[in-house]
Design a protein around this ligand. Sequence first.
Ligand code: NA7
Length: 553
Amino acid sequence: MTAGQTSTSTADYDAIVIGAGFAGLYALHKLRDQMGLRVRVFEAGDDLGGTWYWNRYPGARCDIESIHYSYSFSAELEQEWEWSEKYASQPEILAYLNHVADRFNLRDDIEFATRITSAVWNDDRGLWQVGSGDGSVSTGRYLISGAGNLSVPKNPEFDGIDTFVGEVYLTGKWPHEGVDFTGKRVAVIGTGSSGIQAITEIGKQAGHLTVFQRTPNYATPLGNAPSDPVRVGQVKANYPAVRDVARSSFIGVPYDQAHPSALGVSPETRRRIFDECWDEGGFRFFIDTFQDVLFDKAANDTVSNYVRERIRERVSDPVVAEKLSPTNHPYGTKRPPFETNYYETYNRDNVRLIDVASSPITAVTENGVRTAEGDYDFDVIVLATGFDAMTGPLLDMGIVGRDGRKLSDKWVDGPHTYLGLTIHGFPNLFLITGPQSPSVLYNMPLAIEDHVDFVADAIDHLRRNGLDTMEPTLDAETKWVDHANELAQATLLPGTDSWWMGANIPGKPRVCLVYLGGAPAYREICADVVDKGYEGFTLSCEGVARQLTPTQA
Ligand code: NA7
């Protein structure tokens, strides 16, 4: 909006929310039911659930304990919902989200099967014009992306994939009717978290399964089990305190603090700590061992060696065990996958492992997969090849900011955000768990709640002060990007090709997409920004931009 103009123009909605997963559902509830705003949610899928709507592949489940991987905003919801397993499966998480939608009457304000293809800031009217695939346009004062971090599957990179006469499935877009693998010759390409979960289940059903592995992963036990009623009772009796402790831990789960240094203890003590965390399962092995494993290569070697040793114990054929043992990157520099009987899958007669690092896939043919070493015939190919993570969903929506500047141009060398939440030149646009926020390294439902609460408070602040727009300054954004990059450079992560670094997509800028300072530090920074009257933001009123000082705020 230019100086002197007023923001009298009326928007269809106060807030437009994109996506009806964990983020969009809570944003709708918070803004509509707690703040009285007019809110519309647009969702590309035919139903709600986001990640948990699309990722229906066999074995899909969360890898943060469900009593923690769940909303904290409603005490009643926390008390009434029962998880049947320690780590819920995809159908159960989807049932939970449907329960939330029904309980809080959210469906009426969600437009399903509506993919947002353009979102353009109208400076004269001070609002976002949001267009969908069918040509309809809606306007909103605030635009909130709950489009997710892992919602745009990577395009298949294999020449000839369209000529394959069998069935092809992407783990991230799994058919709702399911897939029957019985008696079939199945290929799975990819051994990240999705591939590892799917391979274990498909191996049990397929006539024959061939896994194409480019990079072996450090998969460690999930430790799933039926829910323990005693433990659940203890958590439910103390939920607010449990959530506080969770939010005070690096990744948002109430686990112990890691020991300072893997090198500062005796080999026996180190082994004991690794064994304990291994046996506990899940993220404990990633975050409860030693603080220096992501910073110091020698410290990391201790954990990497330990995992390799444990893999060798479980795989009967030493040649296969060797292939499954990662050696080209340090433990934890790719997002650690968690498994249940994954390694034992390779002891089955109907499962084989093909290393495509040494002999890459050159094409998909009419009948199967071609590598430099030969052709393999299949009835079904499953692509577990990952996502255009973090920035992909945002760049997929045709976002255009002030003065017609495209987000894709602004982010040509990687994301530039302030707090991973907002972007200079894109007023009133809020990214829930955006790039350069802790996002995927923070228990997602809590990360989402923190961000939605921040946005709600910011909108409330604007309204109470008769203000229209909020936009970070270029200076604040630059400092944030530098800060996020400095944190990443201090770790071992930049040296590994991972989706955290954008390195899984050919041509994508190589930059750390995640804020690595941890949830507690990040939460403190955000609180401080608010305390200082939204430091780093320009808040505008009737077209007159002004930097509010704390006293004005
Ligand atoms: P990931 O973790 O990105 O894994 C993708 C896998 O696919 C990984 O093993 C890749 O090997 C492999 N891949 C990708 N492209 C190819 C090609 N062209 N040839 C062979 N292999 C390939 O995705 P996921 O869906 O498993 O997990 C994403 C996140 O979801 C996960 O981290 C959790 O946060 C939940 P590479 O390692 O690149 O050599």
